[in-house]
Design a protein around this ligand. Structure first.
Ligand code: PAF
Length: 282
């Protein structure tokens, strides 16, 4: 597996792939890799000729310095894992490589920037948009792979690709869960054993919500029940729980089985913020 640190190193490799007419799959990550990332890698390996994974903890998408500082770093283990899966190359840019100067431009994704993650993490999607646009320009992938776990991020990237006319395909890979239903996330590493036993309640709760909605209960009632049930857990606090259109993120006040909709939530388990979502109608 090639380790690439600079844009120049990658450019000559990329040129070779163009000449050989080979498709390039790109999996952007911030490291601390888990099976969810490996699912994206497996998709890329099976769908494209050459797979590049980037590992870069992007400072501009964190709205708390503490969160950025505490982001887990497992670089050596990550590299060994990617190598063992047959990844062709890994891009490991420094902050100076991607941000030689602080960015002046900011990206406003409109409604997507103002609801759910956009509302509770102001500036987050601007940071994601900036870094992903830079990576797309540098890497020039044929296909880029993202996880459904970050549903709103997927909507933001779709918009970025459309509005900036990036010539690539997006592939969205279903959320990988632990046996007890907890969505895999690098942040799970920060849960202590007690917190880890509480975290799966988010998924089991969403599954109940889905059943109740499909059996005809109103969203208002189902939401109130779910919030009440979780309020009984001292270490758990819900930041938001919404029923939305999975691409536009229009927030629905009532449930209709006639069009696509998903439930999305963010919650703190003690100090660890987790997000998850579940499609109700696909
Ligand atoms: O989903 C992530 O890990 C990050 O938001 C991404 C897409 C790698 C951009 O930093």
């Amino acid at each position: 597996m090639k380790r690439i640190y600079t844009e120049a190193e990658w450019k000559s490799l990329r040129f070779g792939l163009f000449q050989e007419n080979k498709s390039l799959g790109f999996v952007p990550t911030m490291g601390a890799l888990h099976q969810g990332h490996l699912d994206l890698v497996a998709e890329s390996l099976s769908q494209t000729d050459y797979t590049l994974v980037s590992i870069f903890v992007n400072p501009t998408q964190f709205n708390s310095h503490e969160d950025f500082q505490n982001y887990p770093n497992t670089l050596e283990a990550d590299l060994a894992l990617l190598d063992s899966k047959g990844v062709d190359a890994v891009f490991l840019p420094s902050t100076d490589t991607l941000y030689p100067k602080p960015p002046q431009l900011s990206i406003d994704f409109g409604h997507l920037s103002r609801v759910l993650e956009g509302k509770f993490r102001p500036g987050h999607f601007n940071g994601v948009g900036l870094v992903v646009a830079k990576l797309f320009h540098i890497i020039q992938p044929t296909v880029a792979f993202f996880g459904q776990k970050d549903l709103q991020q997927v909507a933001v990237i779709r918009r970025l690709v459309f509005d900036f006319s990036f010539d690539l395909d997006l592939v969205v890979v279903p959320t990988r869960r632990e046996i007890d239903g907890l969505a895999m996330s690098s942040r799970n590493l920060r849960l202590d054993p007690q917190e880890r036993t509480i975290a799966p309640l988010l998924y089991s709760g969403m599954q109940e919500v889905k059943q109740h909605l499909l059996s005809g209960m109103s969203w208002k009632e189902v939401k109130a029940n779910f919030l009440k049930q979780l309020a009984a857990q001292k270490q758990l606090s819900i930041e938001y729980l919404e029923l939305v259109h999975p691409e536009t993120f229009e927030i629905y006040e009532t449930f209709s089985p006639l069009g696509p909709c998903s439930i999305c939530l963010a919650a703190y388990v003690s100090k660890i913020r987790l997000i998850d979502n579940l499609p109700i109608i696909e």
